[in-house]
Design a protein. Structure first.
Length: 284
């Protein structure tokens, strides 16, 4: 990612949104082409397939009255590996921060001290399930997670390579679909003058179908714990939720949701409230 070091500072968040939309459009084109090439395999649950592509845009409200904007791009995909099916979720942000924000980006134990706009570190995770297994209402899979130093500036990333264990638990019964994704990351390489990464992230989720068009949802950024930070400055716990609307664009299944969260536990200068919008492209 050395190429990003040649990009001049972005003057405002609008430019970051343009960059994020370009990344999003490229992801859409790539996902659509992949699905077209593997259409026969999708129905047989074999071969690489994209399950969903999500575009998050959210506002973070800070204690001093500042506001941060973030565009998040998340891809959920599946592919076979021997007797297993592998699920992958990858997440990247284009962010505009008015000041250093504890816990943003995830896993950055030493935030910068300048206002910055750009791309942060890539977070990804893989989970393994045996093919043909019927899990009933419960599905549990183990795997691992990793974070790569892809940030365009030091202020937006950890400058560390990190890895650790992860699991994905899902529960489905009637109208309710819920579960949690959890991961623990430790840094093992990177810049020696930056602090080590040592943090836990748990992303609970709950979707309750109200009718054929609407869901009540809880999908927060995640519960995070930074083990190396002082007590009272080491965790985020968000409460809130919102609603999701199903619709189609031609034959393309899509979801749009709005959610609002309050971080009832947070660092002193951390994010107090989050207003989040999500546009999701779904493939069966």
């Amino acid at each position: 990612m050395k190429i990003f070091s040649k990009i001049p500072p972005v003057p405002n968040w609008q430019a970051a949104v343009v960059l994020g939309c370009l990344c999003f459009a490229a992801s859409i084109a790539n996902a659509t082409e992949t699905l077209r090439e593997n259409a026969d395999h999708v129905t047989e649950n074999a071969g690489f397939r994209v399950g969903a592509l999500r575009n998050w845009f959210f506002f973070s409200f800070l204690p001093e009255g500042d506001e941060a904007e973030t565009l998040g791009l998340e891809t959920e995909s599946y592919f076979p590996l021997g007797g297993y099916e592998v699920k992958n979720v990858s997440y990247l942000e284009v962010a505009d921060y008015p000041r250093p924000i504890p816990g943003q980006p995830p896993g950055n134990a030493s935030p910068g001290f300048d206002v910055d706009t750009g791309i942060n570190d890539l977070l990804t995770a893989f989970w393994f399930s045996r093919k043909g297994k019927h899990h009933g209402k419960h599905h549990f899979s183990w795997g691992f997670a990793a974070q790569f130093p892809t940030a365009t500036t030091d202020d937006l990333g950890s400058s560390k390579w990190s890895i650790g264990p992860s699991f994905d638990y899902e529960y489905e019964s009637g109208r309710l679909f819920a579960g949690v994704i959890a991961l623990q990351l430790w840094s093992f390489a990177g810049d020696d003058d930056r602090k080590d990464v040592n943090y836990l992230m748990a992303k609970p989720f709950a979707v309750y179908q109200l009718n054929t068009d609407w869901d009540a949802i809880y999908m927060p950024y995640g519960v995070t714990v930074y083990w190396d930070k002082p007590s009272g400055e080491d965790a985020y716990v968000p409460l809130g939720g919102g609603f999701q609307r199903h619709f189609k664009w031609g034959e393309q299944k899509m979801n749009f949701s709005t959610q609002f969260f309050k971080n009832v536990i947070r660092p002193t200068k951390g994010t107090e409230y989050d207003l989040r919008f999500m546009l999701e492209f779904v493939w069966d």
